[in-house]
Design a protein around this ligand. Sequence first.
Ligand code: FES
Length: 274
Amino acid sequence: MHSHNIINKKIKIIDNTRVCNNYYKLILDSSVIAKLAQPGQFLHIKINSSFDPLLRRPLSIHRILGGKIEILYELVGRGTKILSESSSGDILDVIGPLGKGFNYQSPQPKADPPQAEITNDKANPNNQLPILIAGGIGVAPLVFLAQKMKQTPIVLIGAKTKNEVLCMKEFKNLGCDVRIATDDGTLGFKGRVTDLLKEFLPANRIYACGPDAMLKSLQKIAAVNNLNCQVSLDEGMGCGIGACLACVINTTKGQKRICHDGPVFDIKELIWEG
Ligand code: FES
């Protein structure tokens, strides 16, 4: 969904702390943006730096709690390093909400599922539930999505190792059925989260965010199984508002700007370079 209401505001940091490893959570105070935001949209945040005052970073909206906006981010370079050094009370210049988010307003199921029989149904009783699938920091936008969905989704989280599994608690608090895949098998399924997904097929709707390798294998699985799958791309951006063309990708519908036409796309439309 496109929001035509884009705000550019100075916003106060309520909190900015390390969650684990290189992952940080920023909490911003803006009831205006919190009200407008849709899952999958992002904020373009100017990083406070005297050396490079024009530096902005696009960061997806992780969760909304009342008038508070949470951003979960990974420290990956200079911009996020500077951001990680900001603290509560500091003011950030924020543009948002930006981009086209997930389409999650599904039609209601035709009939109520027979609750009593659900555990005995061998034909995958869960296949009417949406599935969220995340790799690494890709969990960030999916928590907000799970918050907004009418049906409580199944959530598959992939990470390198146990210590890097993010947001398990947040999803469980929303009532989600959460399954984990780790590369080294230290928690949950040993292997790729896309292999874990195969145990949950068929599925009628999949929402994903994660590294390119995960999305590429998801695209194959989606093609073979004819799955309806929306993905949020997390790529380098410049202006964030559709003007600089730094974020252009090829799709089956021609060139698209991640920041303006996405970041959420139908996985069938994506064409990978190389
Ligand atoms: Fe400038 Fe997308 S970041 S057009």
